[in-house]
Design a protein around this ligand. Structure first.
Ligand code: T1G
Length: 712
């Protein structure tokens, strides 16, 4: 039979296999194929039991997300699952890879599940703003109990096969077998259970959902509430699981379906699905043939073992890539290595890393003063002091030592990659790898292309980003690249709002109530106010502020008083030394009043709406300028940057997504109004004006990135 689902008979067992690469998503054709092949198996008198499995790298990894938002096509997944559950021949799901979402739901419709020991089983729908909509909230509690079901469904995180077996979700696991061996073992298992008198249907199992205290749901709500940031999906997940305990199966399924529809129709889900696909779209490099070979990255060298260098090195060894770390003195090296060791030890003490894994990672780190290690490296990442002359000196040294084909990368957060590249004889091999602090934790990696950087280097680094569990975007070599360039405008508006009459507390609470992880002033205090202070001093020396409004007098005053933020115990706020909780500080309000008086500003009442409009308008305005200059490949890359590097709520999609959602013409009008009130801090965006006239969308704009400009 053609199509993505096939049936075959092996001895007296029917085998149904789904082949819909890359992840066997449950498209309409797959759902139809599953139904047809089951009928074939039931009609096959030689088949006494039926195994369903996925070909390639995984069992079905969920519903086909690309079908969402389109008219649903029969058969729907629920009905297919009921067919497997009501089959008059025992059905067994043979699992490997990542049976997730609808895939796990199909397996729970089967009477039995067996798995490769490396399988990860989960219901990640909540990460898409959804909930398991094909019986998952009803069958999982019946198989593993409501508490684990609540944890899995509200977190969206998978569990390993071993735990699944302990909890009764899987009957047998086979140690690290091939897919063929998995099927062989599943056939043996099928023959074994044929001797059972009955084959329990998941939906009829009630032993684990009886006598359940309602407290578990209230506790689940209490646990998730601080992380909601305006989302409703996780609460609906809890209510769906509550239905599994309080209602009979049919009512529970109906309750699940009603709640699923609320999720499916929500902006929150639309934005989260946008975030999901945008992260994957960011991997695509225009002009780069996807079959072009990538460069091997088996050995890395990091120059500098400070906060950034240490964090970068950890990211590599966490993914099994050995790293040599170079420093200028043994003292600096020892200090940096101790910080890394303590970082890992802290994770071990929290039970999030085994001592064995910590030792393995530490064994992949080679501290050294010997620059000759660069000769063996596939990639060299410079992570030293943010000073151009120092970087150029280092790159000349690297250039003289590195082998042909090695990637020469700088972790600079804003300096000119082309100028750094000019210090080498191979500028086309030089690139920026802008990690975000702490580099072993933050997911975003800005891969900064110089005007001569080869495309295969960009593609190699995109692949490397995924391997070291980062989310990469390609950024142009403009001042501040993508993220910081936009953030500079956002923070400037925040500071102007405070000069004009708002308070840091008001601005931060407006941003955080909207969905930001932290407001701009809290972020400044976290990152260190001295970081911005240093950049502002550099900009002043370069006359950057000529013809521009200067909005950081208050921030400068704070820095002059050593109020660098959390690390100094005070910044825009004062911080409890134990809890690090922020509190308003009258001293800061006094400084704000002094600056207003000296600048002749009469403070005025500023509405929350104006605050939000200016904060987001600043991001959108600068983001469109980045696009029109060709410093990003697409608007959604900017969304990926903000969701993964700046605490922009993923369930709000990103600044560019928001602009399209609100309507570019509406946003353009607001930005133009802000510019009429203060043209010095609202640089013109041609793209915004074009889209306003054409009623266009940012998501449809394709920047010209064919010849990346040298930094102006
Ligand atoms: N639908 C459509 N395409 C998908 C997909 C899916 N579910 N999952 C992945 N892809 C595409 C992805 O866009 C990329 O495409 C390629 O596959 C490789 O993905 C009814 C309603 C499975 C762990 O949420 O978590 O079931 O870029 O780069 O890193 O209750 O993909 O190559 O063109 O991520 O090896 C629930 C989502 C859906 C799982 C593999 N399931 N996927 O990771 O590869 S909702 C999920 C993942 C649902 C039911 C509900 C990961 C992965 P392209 P990749 P990977």
């Amino acid at each position: 039979m053609s199509g993505p689902v096939t049936y075959e008979l092996r001895e007296n067992i029917g085998i149904i296999t789904v082949n819909n690469p890359p992840v066997n998503a449950l498209s309409q054709a797959v759902r139809a194929g599953l139904s047809e092949c089951l009928k074939e198996a039931l009609n096959d008198s030689s088949a006494e039991a039926v195994i369903v499995t996925g070909g390639g790298r995984t069992f079905m990894a969920g519903a086909d997300i690309s079908e969402f938002g389109k008219p649903t096509m029969d058969p729907d997944l629920n009905s297919v699952i009921f067919e497997y559950e009501d089959s008059n021949k025992p059905t067994i799901a043979a699992l490997h890879g990542t049976p997730l979402g609808g895939g796990l739901e199909v397996s729970m419709g089967c009477q039995y599940r067996v798995a490769n020991s490396k399988t990860l089983l989960g219901l990640p729908e909540v990460k898409l703003g959804l909930l398991p909509g094909a019986g998952g909230t009803q069958r999982l509690p019946r198989l593993v109990g409501p508490e684990l079901a609540l944890e899995m469904i509200t977190s969206g995180n998978p569990i390993p096969a071993e735990k699944a077996m302990e909890e009764g979700l899987v009957s047998e696991i086979y140690n690290n077998v091939s897919h063929e061996e998995l099927i062989d073992n599943a056939i043996i298992f099928a023959k074994k259970i044929l001797t059972n008198n009955t084959h329990p249907k998941s939906r009829e199992r009630t032993e684990k959902i009886s006598n359940i205290s309602p407290d578990i749901f209230d506790n689940a709500i209490k646990k998730i509430t601080p992380r909601l940031r305006g989302r409703k999906g996780p609460l609906r997940c809890i209510e769906a699981v509550r239905g599994a305990v309080d209602l009979n199966f049919e009512e529970g399924i109906k309750n699940e379906r009603d709640l699923f529809k609320l999720c499916h129709d929500s902006d929150e889900s639309e934005a989260l699905i946008h975030s999901f696909f945008s992260e994957r779209m960011a991997n695509k490099i225009p002009g780069m043939d996807k079959d072009t070979p990538l460069r091997p990255i088996n050995k890395a060298v990091v120059i500098g073992c400070g906060t950034m260098g240490g964090g970068i090195a950890m990211s590599f060894v966490n993914s099994g890539i050995p790293v040599s770390i170079i420093e200028t003195t043994s003292e600096f090296l020892d200090k940096g290595m101790n910080i890394i060791k303590n970082n890992y030890a802290a994770t071990v003490s929290k039970g999030r890393l085994s001592q064995k894994n910590m030792d393995k990672r530490m064994s992949l780190l080679t501290p050294t003063l010997d620059w000759d290690v660069i000769k063996e490296a596939d990639i060299v990442i410079e992570a030293v002091f943010e000073e151009m002359e120092i970087k150029k000196e280092i790159f000349t040294k690297i250039d003289n030592l590195a082998k042909e084909g090695a990637i020469l990368a700088s972790n600079t957060s804003t300096l000119d990659i082309d100028e750094i590249a000019d210090a080498t004889n191979r500028p086309e091999e030089v690139v920026g790898t802008h990690f975000f602090s702490p580099a072993n934790v933050m997911k975003l990696l800005e891969i900064v292309r110089g005007s001569r950087t080869k495309l295969d280097i960009l593609a190699t680094l995109m692949s490397l980003a995924k391997k070291i569990k980062k989310v990469g975007i390609i950024a142009g070599n403009c001042d501040g690249f993508v993220g910081n360039r936009m953030f500079h405008q956002y923070v400037m508006q925040a500071h102007l709002l405070v000069e004009e009459g708002a308070t840091p507390e008001q601005v931060d609470s407006v941003a955080e109530n909207w969905g930001w992880a932290m407001g701009p002033f809290a972020v400044n205090d976290l990152a260190g106010n001295d970081v911005g202070w240093l950049i502002r001093k550099r900009h002043k020396a370069e006359n950057y502020y000529e013809g521009k409004k200067y909005a950081s007098d208050v921030a400068d005053r704070l820095c002059e008083l050593g109020r660098f933020g959390q690390k100094a115990g005070k910044g825009f706020y004062k911080y409890d030394p134990k809890t690090r909780k922020r509190e308003s500080d009258p001293e800061v309000h006094k400084i704000i009043e002094d600056v207003r008086r000296e600048k002749g500003v009469n403070p005025r009442e500023i509405s929350d709406d104006e605050i939000l409009s200016r904060l987001h308008g600043a991001l959108i305005n600068e983001g469109t300028r980045i696009l029109e200059e060709g410093h990003a490949f697409r608007a959604s890359d900017i969304d990926v940057c903000y969701v993964n590097g700046y605490g922009f709520a993923a369930h709000r999609g990103g600044p560019m997504w928001q602009a399209d959602k609100i309507g570019v013409n509406k946003v353009a009008k607001e930005i133009n109004n802000h510019r009429n009130a203060d043209n010095l801090s609202w640089p013109e965006s041609k793209l915004i004006n074009q889209l306003e006239e054409s009623n266009g969308k940012l998501s449809e704009f394709i920047p010209d990135t064919s010849n990346p400009s040298k930094r102006s």
